[in-house]
Design a protein around this ligand. Structure first.
Ligand code: PMV
Length: 290
C-alpha cells in the first residue's frame, strides 16, 4: 500500500497566457487531494471518473516503475473541473503514493515532474504551472520551461473562491485560446504583451502588499480572459456578486468556461459580506494566501 497527498492551487494572474509563454503567478491552496493505492487485479478508482483519469494514472504508475494494477482511493477536498488544479493535485498525490509503494520519497521538484506526465495526458499541452504549484506549495511566479521563482507576499491576501460546475474541459478551453492565437496573431500578441506587463506589476504589488493595486490588476486580467473567450455568464455573475459584496477585484481562475472565480477582499473584515452575496446562489469558501 502507498499513500500520497497534494495541495491544490489558484492561479492569481496569467492563466492561458502562461501556456503560450507568458509569466504567471499563482499560489497553493491548503485544500488537499489524498490518495491511497493498493495492489488489485485491475486498474480502478473509487470515484466516478472519465477514462482519461485511468489513462493518466497508468502513465504516472508506469513512470514510477509500477507496472502492475492498483485500486486507487481518492479523497478530494476540491471539486474537479473547477480551475483549482484537480488533475495536477491528483497527479502529484498519485506520484507520491506510487513512490511510497516503492519505498522511496520524492523531492517536491520530482513530484512535480512525475505529475507533469499525468498532466500531459489530461491536458495535451499543459504549461506545467499547476503541477509545480501543487507539489512545491507557496506562491510562485512561473514561465514555461523555467524553474519557478518564489514570490514575496507583503500582506496576506484574503481571497474568496466561488464555484459553478463547468461543462468544458481544460484541454478544449486551452485549444480554443490557441485557435484565437493562430487566427488573429496580432490581436493575441498585443494581449500577451499586456498580460506580461500586468504580471510584472502584480509581482511588485504582491511584494508591497498593495491590495488596491492587486484588485485593479485582477479586474484587468479578467478583461483579457474575456477577450480570449474563456469567461462565461455564470462566472460574470459570480464576479458581479463578489463586487456587490465589497470585493476590490475579481477574476476567473484556471481554465474558465465555468469553474471558479477568486475575489479579493480589502481586509479579513470584508470577507463575510462578499461570501454572503455570492452564497445566495453559488458555492463559496475562503482562503488566505501568504
Ligand atoms: O482549470 P485548471 O485547474 O486545469 O487550470 C488550467 C490553467 C491553464 O493556464 C489554463 C492551463 C495550463 O496548463 O497552465
Amino acid at each position: 500500500m502507498g499513500q500520497g497527498k497534494s495541495l491544490s492551487k489558484a492561479i492569481l494572474f496569467g492563466e492561458h497566457f502562461v501556456v503560450q509563454g507568458s509569466y504567471a503567478i499563482g499560489a497553493a491552496l491548503s485544500r488537499e487531494i489524498r490518495i491511497r493505492i493498493s495492489k488489485s487485479d485491475k486498474l480502478s478508482i473509487n470515484i466516478q471518473s472519465a477514462q482519461i483519469v485511468l489513462e493518466a494514472s497508468r502513465k504516472i504508475l508506469d513512470s514510477l516503475g509500477l507496472k502492475g494494477n492498483y485500486f486507487i482511493e481518492v479523497d478530494a477536498e476540491i471539486p474537479s473541473s473547477a480551475g483549482l488544479g484537480w488533475s495536477a493535485a491528483y497527479s502529484v498525490a498519485l506520484a507520491r503514493a506510487a513512490a511510497d509503494e516503492q519505498g522511496i520519497s520524492l523531492t517536491p521538484e520530482q513530484a512535480s515532474q512525475y505529475a507533469y506526465e499525468g498532466e500531459k495526458v489530461f491536458h495535451g499541452n499543459p504549461s506545467g504551472f499547476d503541477n509545480a504549484l501543487c507539489a512545491l506549495g507557496g506562491a510562485l511566479m512561473f514561465r514555461r520551461g523555467e524553474k519557478p521563482i518564489s514570490v514575496k507576499i507583503g500582506t496576506p491576501l484574503h481571497i474568496i473562491v466561488a464555484y459553478v460546475p463547468r461543462t468544458k474541459v481544460t484541454k478544449d478551453l486551452v485549444a480554443g485560446v490557441s485557435k484565437i492565437k493562430g487566427e488573429r496573431p496580432e490581436f493575441f500578441n498585443s494581449l500577451m504583451k499586456k498580460e506580461e506587463a500586468l504580471v510584472m506589476k502584480a509581482k511588485d504589488a504582491l511584494a508591497k502588499g498593495d491590495i488596491p493595486a492587486l484588485g485593479k490588476l485582477m479586474d484587468e486580467n479578467q478583461e483579457y480572459l474575456r477577450q480570449v473567450g474563456v469567461s462565461s455568464p455564470a462566472l460574470e455573475e459570480m464576479i458581479s456578486l463578489a463586487k456587490r459584496g465589497g470585493a476590490i477585484g475579481a477574476k476567473l481562475t484556471g481554465a474558465g468556461g465555468g469553474g471558479c472565480i477568486i475575489a479579493l477582499a480589502k481586509s479579513k473584515n470584508d470577507t463575510k459580506s462578499i461570501m454572503g452575496t455570492i452564497s445566495t446562489k453559488y458555492a463559496v469558501f475562503e482562503a488566505q494566501i501568504g
